[in-house]
Design a protein around this ligand. Sequence first.
Ligand code: BTN
Length: 265
Amino acid sequence: MKHHAQWPLQALREAVAPDLPDLELEVLTQIDSTNSELMRRARAGRLAPALLVAERQTAGRGRLGRQWFSQDGTAASLTFSLGLPLAPPDWSGLSLAVGIAMVRSLHPDLRLKWPNDLWWQARKLAGILIETVSCADKRYAIIGIGVNLETPAVTDLATPAAWLTELLPGLDAPQTLLRVAAPLVQTLKTFEAQGFAPFQASFNSYDALAGLTITLGDGTAGVAHGVDELGALRVLTEQGWRKITSAEVSPRPIGQPPSVNFQAV
Ligand code: BTN
């Protein structure tokens, strides 16, 4: 079902026009998952740049096969996906670059927890799920973002939740989308031209894990020291430097000693 009520579609279109003049913009009252819908469309040959927003997801997905729970309604959460053909020199670090665009456009006190969560005060405020579909010589990238705006209804989350109105009272989903859309598109264009390198210093300035002791998948402990020019996490262990390129991060309740478990090294 379509729904265009309070969404500033014209303002959104104008904001992204310099980088994506032909963006298809659509708001749905309900869908299983905006990422799943853009995946289905891409597989059916619909490869134009598209921004798909849902006021309610019935089967929101997170990374690593997890579910993404979000409260219904435009006051409570923002869930959307941006799909576009992308041909970067190297895909490494894309989710980090997307996280940087979110922090810059939302609030400077937010932090990024490698590889792609937005944190505020060690609680998770937003998540990013990036998926791709092959199309001829390019890939169609689907960048799904979920932002908590109010306290989520689900309380037994692996990571405790934060919500944006703690920092920016009164902000709703349409206003939040209007803040992030153009910076996100600009970031993707920069990433497509130059890869992750121009974002490395910025990520490290927002790095939530910097200086924390983390546990690697094989049980080795080490201190996180930011990311390299491809976005791999640098960890100093007793045996020397390790670089981590994909990860499973375990729950880390507030008040516990800082410790994060990484699966793949
Ligand atoms: C994560 O934290 O593991 C990623 C969460 C990503 C959630 C967003 S909400 C919009 C888009 N559609 C989905 O089904 N997931 C992403």
